[in-house]
Every structure is written in C-alpha cells, then in structure tokens.
Write a protein that binds this ligand. Structure first.
Ligand code: ADP
Ligand code: MG
Length: 362
C-alpha cells in the first residue's frame, strides 16, 4: 500500500500572466516505511511540494493521497491538522514560553489525549532524542542542536503516518549535523514514511532509500542513492550529484557483460554501459574518486593540477585534462598523493559510466 501517492501535482503561485508554475506535474509513490529525500537546487520546488503534502499549500492540479485517503486535489483540501503528519522545519519553531515537555505534549493534547495518558509518550519521545533529562527547560535554555531534537520529538510523538522534514540541519554546524542525522535515522519506523527536503546531496544520499531529484518543478530522476550517483540519466543529474565529470569518448570495442571498451585520446579503458548503443561521441561520467594515480610510463589520462583543497584525509583537486580536449576534472586523491598546484599527473580510470543518449538532443 502506498503511504504517500502524488499524481501529476501542479502548483501555481499568483494568477494570470504573473503566475509562477512551481510544480509542473509531479508523480511519486512511496510505500509505508520508506525514506525519500527531495533533492534539488534552490527554487526547484522542494518546499512547495512538502508544504502541499503537509496541507500548508493547496494544489491546483493532480491529487495527493495519504494512506489511501484523498487529502488534496483541485476543490479538495484536508486541513494540515487532519492529515496525521509531523513536520520538522529548519527553524525549529518551538513555543518559547513552554517547556520542552509542554512543546512535545502539544500535538497529543491537540488530538484530545489527557496529560496522564500523554506523559509516558512524551517522555518516550524525548528519550529517543536523548532529551528526557531536559524536559523542564525552556527552548531559550537549549543549544541549537537540542532545540532541533525537541522539534524531532514533537514531530513524531503522535506517531504520524508521515513525517516531513524541510532542511532540518541547515542551521546546524558540521559536528551537530552528523548527530542529528543519527537521530533522524533512528526515528525510522516500518509504519511511517519520511519525506526529507534538502539541497545538500550528502544528507540526501546518506539518509534516503530513494532520492527524488527536482529541477524547475519537475522530477529529473528518482533512484536509490547509489544508482543516482553511479548511473545518472541526464547531464543535469551528473553535474548536480557527486560533481560528475563528463568527458567525450569513442568506442574501441564491443559491449560485453554491460562493459564497453572506450577510449579518450589514445587511452583505452572499460566503462559501464546500459545505453544500448549510444552513438558517438559517447559521453562518459566519471566520479571524483574513480581515478588511480599511476606512474608516467603507464597508459592513462594526463592532467594538470589547478587547485588543491585539503580535506583532512584526502585532497579535492581541480585538474585539467591535457591535450586538445582541455576538459576540467574534479578529483578526490588520497593523502599519499600529496598533489600540488602545477603538478602533471597520470591517472587510470577505475570506473566510468556511459551516459544514456539524450532523447531529442535537449
Ligand atoms: P525550494 O524549496 O526548492 O528552494 P520553493 O518550493 O521554496 O523551492 O520555491 C519554488 C519556486 O516557487 C521558487 O521560484 C519560489 O520563488 C517560488 N515561490 C515559493 N513560494 C512562493 C510564494 N508564496 N509566492 C510566489 N512564489 C513563490
Ligand atoms: Mg526550500
């Protein structure tokens, strides 16, 4: 049974000539228990879609079902408080004058539960985010990360069928982000579905079962994190996820067991190919870590190092392919490589993906 079902959802802001078409036919089915990340650049419609599911926006085309109940369609709009969803926003939106306990109690009291029955559930929710010791504090006495954990507890305390997140980590520093990701991951239940909006691919890839990539109010690709990174279907996906490197190449042999023999210049190597005979020039997508540093006598790609960014245990490197192509390449090299600006390096390609041919040559 689909927990969340979106069918051809459209949303316009404003009317007439000035109207902005923010959602342009979004369809998606999520089974119970699934964790889906909505990933896309700023302005792509992620928040609009989430708010439409929550009931904070009406839609003007298509339909939204939650657990087989039609909650949104043109002329139909079930109010947010009747949708059984929990929401966590970037700004945690806690009530400042209430204690932590009272903040988390609030949704249960709204649903008519008396405090005696609600108390153990509030304490259980607070324990899940390690805040049961701080139940009597007010939000002003908490750190940013703690406040966001209260917001998590409040979103899940009523056991909603759907939990929605909109950039919940955006205001937290790097150390707290991992901690919050752990807490969010722990909230997963087989009987509730999670929809998680972010423009941060790291969060989307780390947390989600499937990632929905949105561009301009449309879904560009829906896939598991691994497939989204390793098998991008369009150039936009390849560029947005994993800073994919795109290189033109030619075929130099047959496709066998899904691997094509390809060459860039006079360097030949294998590439994963599901394109069923894309015409040349092929376009290859190479992940930043798909390279191995080799000696200058070994066949490979020759690149010049332009910028080096130390990352603690590895180097992110902007390089340029030497030769007529002069294509930019973004690499991640191990600590031992010790790359320096101006170096010339020889790289073997360890993994490459033949981009599917563009339909209609967009
Ligand atoms: P995202 O969350 O992906 O950054 P949004 O869903 O917030 O994107 O916005 C999608 C588009 O709709 C943007 O171009 C934005 O400017 C526009 N938009 C969002 N909210 C409104 C509004 N209330 N009125 C008019 N335009 C809006
Ligand atoms: Mg947004």
């Amino acid at each position: 049974m689909a927990r969340i079902k979106l069918q051809d959802v459209h949303k316009h802001y404003g009317r007439g000539a000035a109207a902005f078409h923010a959602l342009r036919g979004v369809s998606l089915e999520m089974p119970s228990g699934e964790f889906v990340a909505l990933l896309g650049p700023s302005g792509s419609g992620k928040t609009t879609l989430l708010r439409a599911v929550a009931g904070l926006e009406t839609i003007d085309g298509g339909r939204i079902e939650l657990a087989d109940e039609l909650v949104a369609a043109p002329g139909r709009h079930v109010l947010p408080e009747r949708r059984n969803v929990g929401v966590v926003f970037q700004g945690h939106a806690l009530w400042p004058h209430m204690t932590v306990f009272e903040n988390v109690l609030f949704p249960l009291r709204e649903s008519g539960l008396n405090e005696a029955r609600a108390r153990p559930r509030v304490m259980e929710a607070l324990a899940q985010v390690d805040l049961h010791q701080l139940a009597q504090r007010t939000p002003g006495e908490l750190s940013g990360g703690q406040k966001q954990r209260v917001a998590l507890a409040r979103a899940m305390v009523a056991h909603p069928r759907v939990i929605l997140f909109d950039e919940p980590l955006a205001s937290l520093d790097v150390a707290l982000r991992r901690d919050m990701m752990r807490h969010i991951d722990q909230l997963r239940r087989p009987d509730s579905s999670m929809m998680y909006v972010t423009h941060n691919q790291e969060e989307a890839l780390a947390l989600a079962d499937r990632v929905v990539l949105l561009f301009d109010g449309r879904i560009e690709q829906i896939d598991t994190p691994v497939r989204l990174c390793r098998e991008p279907q369009t150039e936009r996906v390849a560029r947005f996820v994993g800073s994919g490197n795109l290189l033109p190449a030619r075929r130099v042999g047959a496709v066998r067991a899904g691997l094509a023999q390809v060459a860039v210049g006079d360097y030949a190597f294998e590439a994963r190919d599901a394109s069923i005979g894309s015409k040349e020039p092929l376009q290859l997508c190479l992940g930043p870590a798909a390279f191995a540093l080799v000696g200058p006598e070994v066949p490979g790609l020759t690149v010049r190092v332009e910028h080096v960014f130390f990352q603690g245990n590895a180097y992110a490197v902007d390089a340029v392919l030497q030769g007529a192509l002069a294509a930019p390449l973004s690499l991640v090299l191990p600590f031992e490589a010790q790359p320096r600006r101006g170096d010339t390096l020889r790289l073997q390609v360890r993994d490459a993906w033949v981009m599917p041919e563009l339909i209609g040559g967009a």
